[in-house]
Design a protein around this ligand. Structure first.
Ligand code: DQA
Length: 174
């Protein structure tokens, strides 16, 4: 809204993608993942988004194809992505390739500290693709990610598009 207030520009849009089994947060292994439900996490993100003046869209699926489809559909539609690919973190080249299509800042989130767990959870197919990672801080990792992502996306917005700036300067000189 802050952004909408300044010069009437449309609010920044942030997509939050949740992978398989995260729909069961709250009931699922609470010692590892905490007691906050996905619905509560999404509500917290939307509330923080309203405070920061950004529109937060959330999506969860247990299917790799649906996750790829949602990420593809975000091309040109969002200014940033938060993603917890859950188990697909460790295996999905398809999700990595879909994210690589989006030229926007991205933050990877994991509720648990994957490096304190089984070795197969130590590898992430997207670790080098994302701008940053928040791992092991439970549900608050998502709100931290949103704050960081909005900063990143705003900084990127200020830097570009260079052509538009040039045109603006030219017009000012005319
Ligand atoms: C997870 C960690 C993954 O290894 C696991 O498969 C999940 C959740 C996390 O948020 O800690 O489903 O991504």
């Amino acid at each position: 809204m802050a952004r909408a207030r300044r010069g009437g520009a449309a609010a920044m849009r942030i997509l939050v993608v949740h992978g398989p089994n995260l729909n069961l947060l709250g009931e699922r292994e609470p010692a590892l993942y905490g007691s906050t439900t996905l619905r509560q996490i999404d509500a917290q993100l939307r509330a923080l988004g309203a405070e920061l003046g950004v529109r937060v869209e959330t999506f969860q699926s247990n299917s790799e194809g649906e996750l790829v489809g949602r990420i593809q559909a975000a091309r040109g539609q969002v200014e940033g992505v938060i993603i917890n690919p859950a188990a697909y973190t460790h295996s999905s080249i398809a999700i990595r390739d879909a994210l690589a299509l989006l030229e926007v800042p991205m933050v990877e989130v994991h509720l648990s500290n994957i490096y304190r767990r089984e070795p197969f959870r130590h590898h992430s197919t997207i670790a080098d693709l994302v701008d940053g990672r928040i791992i092991g801080l439970g549900a608050q990792g998502y709100t931290l990610a949103l704050r960081a992502l909005v900063e990143l996306a705003q900084a990127r917005g200020r830097r570009q598009p260079p052509m538009e700036k040039g045109v603006r300067r030219q017009l000012a000189n005319e």
